[in-house]
Ligand binder design. Structure first.
Ligand SMILES: [Zn+2]
Ligand SMILES: [Zn+2]
Ligand SMILES: [Zn+2]
Length: 147
């Protein structure tokens, strides 16, 4: 194996079969670590710059939601949360609970008796679902000004 002298620390080291290295493995590791730290620093700087410009700090695109991040980044975050291990258990529990209630002719949301036949949920739950829907969709709140 051919050996080379490290250009940084002067130690002799063996060359890999392919390519050519100028620095010994230790110096390369050090170099890589400092580069990673540099990247983390610049990421942080970018985050703050985007934020101050009113852009999505995650990707730098125009923010199109009322949140700090753009809808794409929010969606990605939501997806990641959905795939986290704590989530499926709870969702499965809620699903099985709702299924059982429905089988017993009860409101799957709150477990009370359905007071108006023909509906899948009780009138109270229907009302609150409607309120929730209106809150979300009717009269969208004004976009928050950030700066
Ligand atoms: Zn070295
Ligand atoms: Zn984004
Ligand atoms: Zn109900």
């Amino acid at each position: 194996m051919k050996t080379t002298t490290c250009r940084s620390c002067g130690a002799a080291f063996g060359q890999p079969p392919l390519g050519r290295q100028w620095f010994c493995p230790r110096c390369r590791d050090q170099h890589r670590a400092s580069k990673r730290a540099e990247e983390a620093r610049s990421r942080r700087g970018r985050y703050e710059r985007y934020l101050s410009l009113g852009l999505c700090p995650q990707c730098g695109r125009r923010r199109d939601s009322d949140w700090l991040q753009c809808t794409r980044c929010l969606e990605r975050k939501r997806e990641a949360r959905r795939q986290s291990p704590a989530r499926p258990k709870r969702a499965a529990y809620i699903r099985s609970l709702a299924r059982r209630r429905r089988r017993e002719g009860m409101c799957p949301r709150c477990g009370c008796e359905i007071d108006e036949p023909g509906y899948k949920t009780c009138s109270r739950c229907r009302m609150s679902a409607r309120d929730y829907y209106h809150q979300r969709h009717a009269g969208q709140p004004e976009k928050k000004k950030v700066i």
